[in-house]
Design a protein around this ligand. Sequence first.
Ligand SMILES: [Zn+2]
Length: 235
Amino acid sequence: MSAAYAQLHQLLKHLYHAEQLLEHGPRRIVAAQNKVAAAEQACVDQKEQIQLLKKAADQNSLNLKSREADIQKLTGQLNQASSNKEYDIIQAQISAAKAGDAELEDKILSLFSQIDEATEELASRQEQLDLAKQKSSDVAAEVKEKEPGLKAEVSRLTAEIEQVEKAIPGGESNSAYKRLRASMGPSALALVDDGFCSECNTGATQQDVVRMNLGEFVLCRACGRILYQVGHEAS
Ligand SMILES: [Zn+2]
């Protein structure tokens, strides 16, 4: 009887493990798909950023051209100046326009270098996206490959557990077992090791030990788990 509890405990642990792996598969697929979506979004964001930089560079280039036209126009006016005073005023306007030009040119150069950097970043993000897609398809294939084996293991273990559960006395014991298993899974049972419950470390009483040796249904007085011993088979 005690051996049946030990076997039941092992089977419940294996079942729990197989079920965890089975549930873990779809979660891994979703996680990998989420990474692909995030990597795709990162590329979209970067492309938008590059577009904005290009637009700013174009606008500044246009401004520069229009300023150059202004300077040409002022230079023409300079030649037709009718007085020294007028000449000086136009000269000052030309100087101011040229100073503004230099600033604009710097700004445009800086934008071009930002576009280069952003384009490199986009290439790196696209590599990340390719890796994420590869990983996602690998994960999906792996999960799909393992699923039938895990499902078969779950059914095999479930059938074995049903057989071993027959060793549990009916009535109150059986409903206590069902309740414990539903709430705690494999942790519904606890091995008594050297006289102590291995889950909560509470000592089993002499009476518990005698009853366990008889293969009776014994619950830990502290944690309520089903207790069993190994190597103390009732004869
Ligand atoms: Zn206990």
